[in-house]
Design a protein. Structure first.
Length: 75
C-alpha cells in the first residue's frame, strides 16, 4: 500500500488563516491539508496545522512567507 507523507508547514490558532493558506497553495497546484491540533469544542476554533507533501515544502514556504518591503536601490 502506498501512503502519502505529509509535513507540517505552519500552525495557526485561527482556522480561517489555515484555510486561506490552503487556498493560496491550491492556486499554485500544491496539494495541502488542514489538520486540527489539540482538542476543540468548535470546528472553527482551536489550532490548525497546514500540511504539504515533503517535495512541495520549500515552494510552499516561499509562497506563504511575508513579502520583504525593503527594496535596495543601486546608485
Amino acid at each position: 500500500m502506498n501512503s502519502v507523507v505529509w509535513v507540517t508547514l505552519k500552525t495557526t490558532s485561527a482556522r480561517w488563516e489555515a484555510e486561506l493558506m490552503q487556498q493560496i497553495l491550491a492556486s499554485h497546484e500544491i496539494p495541502s491539508r488542514i489538520v486540527n491540533v489539540g482538542a476543540s469544542g468548535c470546528f472553527l476554533t482551536g489550532e490548525a496545522a497546514v500540511q504539504v507533501r515533503p517535495q512541495d515544502r520549500w515552494t510552499a514556504l516561499l509562497l506563504l512567507s511575508p513579502v520583504d518591503d525593503e527594496v535596495s536601490e543601486s546608485d
